[in-house]
Design a protein around this ligand. Structure first.
Ligand SMILES: C[S@@+](CC[C@H](N)C(=O)[O-])C[C@H]1O[C@@H](n2cnc3c(N)ncnc32)[C@H](O)[C@@H]1O
Length: 122
């Protein structure tokens, strides 16, 4: 997942604007992630939007379209499964909120509530 520094850069200027536009308009925020690789960026954006929607007590649909020219990382991205090492990149609060530890402890999986925001992987 993306480190905290870029998180701050994203959340302050961009996410509130997207939420304001999405909730005032047709009620959908659509994001296109080009060159998404294994999906870290796409999932990070989904989590940031979800967090900010909850914090602002607003509600609108979020759809993320993620593409990559290489089909191999896309297959991994769809699974939403990441190595346990991601724990060093994200806060304990986000880890608890957005990731489920696999039963055998082999990795962290993004829950369906976030995975379903990613409406298209190509
Ligand atoms: C460094 S990775 C990007 C990682 C991703 N943005 C993230 O932060 O999780 C670059 C990716 O861009 C993809 N890519 C390169 N050229 C592309 C193109 N023309 N169209 C779609 N994907 C492309 C590559 O296959 C590679 O997976």
């Amino acid at each position: 997942m993306k480190p905290a520094k870029s998180d701050t850069e994203w959340t302050v200027p961009l996410i509130p604007q997207l939420i304001a536009a999405g909730t005032a308009g047709e009620g959908v925020i659509r994001v296109w992630v080009c060159g998404c690789s294994t999906g870290e960026e796409a999932y990070s954006i989904a989590m940031l939007l979800q967090e900010q929607l909850e914090a602002s007590n607003r509600n609108c649909a979020v759809q993320i379209f993620a593409i990559d020219i290489d089909h191999r990382p896309i297959a991994n991205a769809r699974e939403g499964l990441f190595p346990t090492g991601i724990a060093s990149d994200i806060s304990p609060e986000r880890l608890a909120h957005f990731f489920d530890l696999e039963p055998d402890g082999s990795g962290y999986r993004i829950p369906m509530s976030i995975r379903e925001i990613l409406v298209s992987w190509r």
